[in-house]
Design a protein around this ligand. Structure first.
Ligand SMILES: [Zn+2]
Length: 394
């Protein structure tokens, strides 16, 4: 994003907190603290059809963006890492939820990647490390990437989500907030990122347009209410800024016979591929065997009216995605609502009707800033990256 937009935005934010002058932080003085909370897959309009009094209060006290546009590709790890680095995906290199190696042909799941520094540390420093380099204390609670080392430096406090971690346990959500409050008050942490796997999990399981999704949004709102209570209780209101954000939205997958689903096996032979990442929502990548690249590309190019196919070099630049070396030679994404399937349709059961989708316009986020005075200097020279979370275009 351009600097002018950042500066204009700063002005809006300052007005919104009552014109409170932001003291210039020379990097020595102890500034305000920041808590960044991400609710995974909280689509921009999820608070429009559910009563959310606590989120509404927070927005009233602070600032709320109508939506923000996350980076392409709209997956949890890449998008969260854009939020925490302020960089496009092709610059920070976390290009997928799965880590993969095209030599060994191994794939590592989202959870498996969380402690793998080699997947996250690609020369771009996340804000935890920038803050630590300025003498501040930073921590990550389940936030994607928080388990890595960056230029040899770990996040000084990091809890990584365990396999089988329950996403929707409201009691545990509150306990996690209590833990974070103690980090701020008893251990004087300055910057904490806190991640929740909902409403993404419920959206995938039941679909975004369901009563189950609405109920989990109510649970999120109650949790925000609890957060505001304990902020008061811990006397943090005047020194803690809170940002609540998300990484992507979600849409209902279109199914046969309503539409003709995308099935790559109808067009290509998988024996012609060395490696692929497909059957993962609306986006896929393919590495054909060297002598088969052109043939595979031509076979897919106009295969399905709702399938977009690109050579890596031709991928639209405005997505800021394909320049990274990890990106495979052929990229595919489906139009809104279309999954890119390989041999069989993956979402076959009635409940599995939602999918993250690779298209930028598919997604929107909800973002709030409130609860305390805004201090842009908290993270010093990297403040632009931090502010990038707020505006409508990331
Ligand atoms: Zn996500």
């Amino acid at each position: 994003m351009n600097i002018q937009k950042v500066l204009a935005l700063n002005a809006i934010l300052l007005t919104a907190v009552g014109g409170h002058p932001v003291a210039h932080n020379d990097g020595k003085a102890k500034g305000h603290k920041l808590l960044l909370i991400s609710f995974d897959g909280f689509r921009w309009d999820y608070d429009q059809d559910v009563e959310t009094p606590n989120l509404d209060n927070l927005a009233k006290e602070g600032v709320k963006a109508k939506y923000i546009t996350p980076p392409f590709v709209t997956m949890t790890s890449p998008s969260h890492f854009t939020t925490i680095t302020g960089r496009w995906i092709e610059d920070h290199g976390v290009i997928h939820n799965m880590m993969f190696n095209t030599d060994t042909l191994r794939k590592y799941s989202y959870k498996e990647t969380q402690n793998k520094t080699e997947w996250w540390d690609n020369g771009v420093l996340p804000l935890w490390i920038t803050a630590q380099n300025q003498g501040k204390k930073a921590a990550s609670f389940h936030y994607p990437g928080g388990g890595g080392n960056f230029s040899g430096q770990p996040v000084s406090r990091s809890l990584v989500e365990a396999f089988g971690h329950p996403d929707s346990n409201e009691t545990e959500w509150r306990e996690n907030i209590d833990i974070v409050m103690n980090w701020f008050t008893k251990e004087d942490f300055d910057f904490v990122t806190l991640y929740y796997g909902e409403p993404d999990n419920t959206g995938h399981k039941f679909g975004p347009e369901t009563k189950e999704r609405k109920e989990i949004v109510r649970q999120i709102d109650r949790t925000v209410g609890y957060l505001l209570e304990v902020i008061e209780k811990h006397h943090l209101k005047d020194i803690l800024n809170v940002i609540i954000t998300s990484d992507h939205g979600m849409t209902t997958v279109k199914k046969s016979p309503e539409v003709e689903e995308i099935l790559l096996a109808n067009y290509i032979k998988f024996a012609d591929l060395k490696f692929d990442i497909i059957d993962y929502g609306g986006f896929g990548m393919i590495l054909p065997k060297p002598e088969k690249e052109e043939e595979v590309y031509q076979a897919l190019k106009n295969a399905h009216p709702h399938l977009k196919v690109f050579r890596k070099e031709e991928f639209p630049e405005h997505f800021h995605y394909a320049k990274h070396g990890r990106v495979l030679p052929i990229l595919l994404y489906g139009d809104l609502g279309y999954s890119v399937n390989g041999g069989v349709t993956v979402c076959t059961c009635a409940c599995a009707k939602s999918s993250e989708n690779g298209i930028a316009h598919n997604v929107g986020l909800v973002s709030y800033l409130g609860s305390a005075k805004l201090e842009l200097e908290l993270l010093g020279t990297d403040q632009h990256a931090y502010i990038c979370i707020i505006p409508v275009e990331q």
